[in-house]
Design a protein around this ligand. Structure first.
Ligand code: FE
Length: 192
């Protein structure tokens, strides 16, 4: 059972001007597609060939894990964005963020501080801990919350391919744009 490239939940140009069609083509159309192809090449004939993607992330290591995890992370990343996204998280999510971080502005500032502190490639995540509190974590390279007990709610890709075209590798400007695209309804729907 081959892993398939998860289609974008919107048109490739729909995140402009915050993320251009050129970036989306590079990131989803080339990078993520290549990860899927390389993952399938490694899976062919292996003992893991029939596992669904989240189980591959949890149960493999090394190169296989790196590819499986990056394929899952990217599909999750795109779902956390949407055209005309952004604004403020409302309802139960807004209340949980206020309770855990003080207010939305402080939550965003902490998210950005962690994102800027990631050296090289990685991800920053809003997660729900098993005790239901919300937390921010950073993972290096292909790391993913799926390998632990936290439930991922929102991901921000910090690999340079996410922002080298649109923001000349300026991560801080990319993060400003990221907030204008966040799909808070998706984030809220991931809470348990
Ligand atoms: Fe990426």
């Amino acid at each position: 059972m081959a892993i398939e490239l998860a289609p974008l939940p919107y048109d490739r140009a729909a995140l402009a001007p915050h993320l251009s069609a050129e970036t989306v083509d590079l990131h989803h159309g080339q990078h993520q597609r290549a990860l899927v192809e390389r993952l399938n090449a490694q899976l062919a004939g292996s003992e893991f060939a029939d596992l669904p993607l989240p189980d591959l992330v949890r149960r493999t290591q090394g190169r296989l894990f790196q590819h499986a995890s990056e394929v899952w992370n990217h599909a999750f990343y795109w779902q956390g964005l949407r055209p005309r996204g952004g604004g403020e998280p409302g309802g139960a999510l807004g209340e949980r963020i206020a309770k855990n971080f003080g207010d939305v502005a402080r939550f965003k500032a902490e998210f950005e501080r962690m994102a800027l502190a990631v050296f090289g490639s990685g991800w920053v995540w809003l997660v729900q801990r098993p005790d239901t509190t919300l937390a921010l974590i950073a993972t290096a390279n292909a790391g993913s919350p799926l390998t632990g007990e936290d439930t991922p709610l929102l991901a921000c890709d910090l690999w340079e391919h996410a922002y080298c075209i649109d923001y000349r590798s300026d991560r801080a400007r990319y993060l400003e744009a990221f907030w204008k695209l966040v799909n808070w309804e998706f984030v809220a729907a991931n809470m348990r």
